[in-house]
Design a protein around this ligand. Structure first.
Ligand code: NAD
Length: 300
């Protein structure tokens, strides 16, 4: 299949590379030219604009930072009209970014008005999952479009869920990441409390993993340096999922809660913790560095 892939950052680059490995013809575009050139070495056709990337495409996939980028790409902004005005043919449009459900619905509605099918398909699994092709896709949109997309998404991911109509993928993804933010900060808090009373964080982690406090952060992403190998905590919190992005997702959860008047006291706490962590200059570190809010490494 001829696929246009727009947005070649930490996630988009390995995702596009996996599509190429699976035999698709992929034409790529990013505002950063070096990212485009890097994909050329993986076998991609390159484009110098989004228009060039989508020419002749049967599927358009975007992987951009936030809702304003996705809306600007498809709907346009002060610099000019969006891609939807200029598309030719009948490509299926899939946005895999994590954005406000309302932004996904705005693009979905505008696409439908012009006769295009649109899916929001945010992912879970991080950069490691993107490289390994084991992402989880959480998809919103028409069932028929979902079935068309599934075999292509399976080239990049292992678990492909249909959450509901357009925007439902984003809602599910945001709920998941709110829970993840709560679990990670709670895990960091418990480890710091135990350590302050003389426990070895590795021993405490083993105990909690096998007890009722066990969770994903303890199992595969321990935030305490030295407890686990091959996690960001073992590498000064480099790589992984940026604190900036977790703070963004918790902000999206907060906005959703306001809209439906839902109480999210735990999500609100997590949002404030990660916002504080960003304010203290840790936005570009992996989100498990929230451990540092609870423990000054120089004091030990
Ligand atoms: P990133 O910042 O590394 O990459 C975004 C890319 O989009 C950049 O290369 C940027 O130049 C490009 N871009 C922005 N506007 C563009 C435009 N108009 N046209 C072309 N290219 C444009 O971000 P990322 O880590 O790849 O994340 C992408 C999305 O995936 C975000 O919404 C994020 O929340 C989500 N996500 C990230 C992770 C993760 O672990 N990094 C995990 C799950 C979901």
């Amino acid at each position: 299949m001829q696929i246009a892939f727009i947005g070649l950052g930490n996630m988009g680059s390995p995702m596009a590379a996996n599509l190429i490995k699976a035999g698709h013809r992929v034409r790529v575009f990013d505002l950063v030219e070096s990212a485009v050139q890097a994909l050329k070495d993986e076998g991609a056709e390159t484009a110098t604009s989004a228009d060039e990337a989508v020419a002749g495409a049967e599927m358009v996939i975007s992987m951009l930072p936030a809702g304003r980028h996705v809306k600007a790409l498809y709907l346009g902004d002060e610099d000019g009209p969006g891609l939807l005005e200029r598309l030719k043919g009948q490509p299926l449009i899939i946005d895999a970014s994590t954005i406000e459900p309302d932004a996904a619905r705005a693009v979905g509605d505008a696409a439908a008005e012009r006769g295009y099918a649109f899916l929001d398909a945010p992912v879970s699994g991080g950069v490691g999952g993107a490289r390994a092709g084991t992402l989880t896709f959480i998809v919103g949109g028409e069932a028929s479009a979902f079935e068309t997309a599934r075999p292509v998404l399976e080239c990049m991911g292992r678990n492909i869920f249909h959450a509901g109509g357009v925007g439902a993928g984003q809602v599910a993804k945001i709920c998941n990441n709110m829970l993840l933010g709560i679990l990670m900060s709670g895990t960091a808090e418990a480890l710091a409390l135990g350590e302050s009373h003389g426990l070895d964080p590795a021993v405490l982690s083993d105990i909690m993993k096998q007890s009722s406090g066990g969770n994903w952060a303890l199992n595969v992403y321990n935030p305490w340096p030295g407890v686990m190998e091959n996690v960001p905590a073992a590498n000064e919190y480099q790589g992984g999922f940026l604190t900036d992005l977790m703070a963004k997702d918790l902000g999206l959860a907060w906005e959703l809660a306001l809209k439906s008047h839902s109480p999210v006291p735990m999500g609100g706490q997590a949002r404030n913790l990660f916002a504080l962590h960003v304010a203290q200059g840790s936005g570009r570190l992996d989100f498990s560095s929230i451990q540092r809010l609870y423990r000054s490494e120089t004091s030990h």
